[in-house]
Design a protein around this ligand. Sequence first.
Ligand code: S3P
Length: 448
Amino acid sequence: MSSHGEAIPMIARRSTGLRGEAHVPGDKSISHRALILGAMAVGETRVTGLLEGQDVLDTAKAMRAFGAEVEKRGDTWHVQGVGVGGFAEPDRVIDCGNSGTGVRLIMGAMATTPIAATFTGDASLNKRPMARVTDPLALFGARAYGRSGGRLPMTILGARDPLPVRYATPVPSAQVKSAVLLAGLAAPGETVVIEREATRDHSERMLAGFGASVTTEETNEGWVITLTGQPELRSQEIVVPRDPSSAAFPVCAALICEGSDVLVPNIGLNPTRAGLFFTLREMGADLTFENEREEGGEPVADLRARFSPDLKGIEVPPERAASMIDEYPVLSVVAAFAEGRTHMPGVKELRVKESDRIDAMAVGLRANGVEVEEGEDWWTVHGRGHGSVKGGAEARSHLDHRIAMSFLILGLATAAPVRVDDGAPIATSFPVFEPLMAALGAEISRAG
Ligand code: S3P
């Protein structure tokens, strides 16, 4: 059941001939950052294309609690920022709902201002590890008091006299990197983050857009990102590109449903995000990038996906994991319809997302007739080829939007329908999933 209401059981039935254009919503990662940096800038930042999913709405509410004005007028979100170091102390608990990105980035953003804030979330978020963020924030001088294992609810006391920090991230995580960079904004001097593997770089790009000095260098240690503290962030006009992680669902549906031809326009192909699309092409997917161009400093294309009856299982390179970390669940669905095994190593992080995504997918795929093997940081899907996956079972979504959507995509190409116990979490990232998929001809409905 979702923290925001009743469970919504859903069902997906075999569908053919998906057709049309799928206009997916704005990028979730970029939407959170636009609101947070807008709140930390001086003046009014205007944002269009913002994802209006629950995760981002929770971040908007949090920014208001820290003193920024955030409101939507017409199609534009207006954020009146308070400046770096200008956050007010919230007079209530900050509830970030289901969003790890929201809570971790906001903790970073407030950790170098001398205020206290208490954070909580839903049952999924309150299980997730926060020490990965509070450890580096302690180096700035912030203090964290949470539940055992570094879990929410948690209170952060921001540092009064923050020190700049040099921090090598122990896990590949853009959320950790971003929390440190946001904390570095109110610290004097240079804050440095070193990451062994490149993770999504939206924070660096957007910080530069707001006028901060941020550089990225590739060295023997890895990627070294250096931020100069105490900049004056200047308000911006931001056009949020469409979310490649949401595009993944109509794209993958088209590949596995007979007779499909779907266009997903205007998708960001930032190399730190687009790993899934290259992986699908290696599997033999009929997926083309049309009208390739640059928009707002990001590579963008229209994706055309057509039914691909001859998909082959592949070895997914572990170094690609960060660039497609949210897409493994739906990749495992496509892999079920490929010939041969798809091996996915180097993906330990999947175990600490909104759910343990390896476990959640493995259990639901097995129940629907697909053989899956798993270890702590790898999993293998044994593909059955097109037309050979049974379906017929219920899968649990574990408060995880991407698990819910992945099993609904599975059910579009299995012999018998697939049920999902709760589709309510889909609203966190893709509130128009149901009408968008229905318009393409996909039979996905509420099971009642
Ligand atoms: C995100 C980073 C990723 C990703 C999440 C969004 C971000 O998490 O899974 O959905 O916006 O920075 P990690 O940084 O924990 O890998």
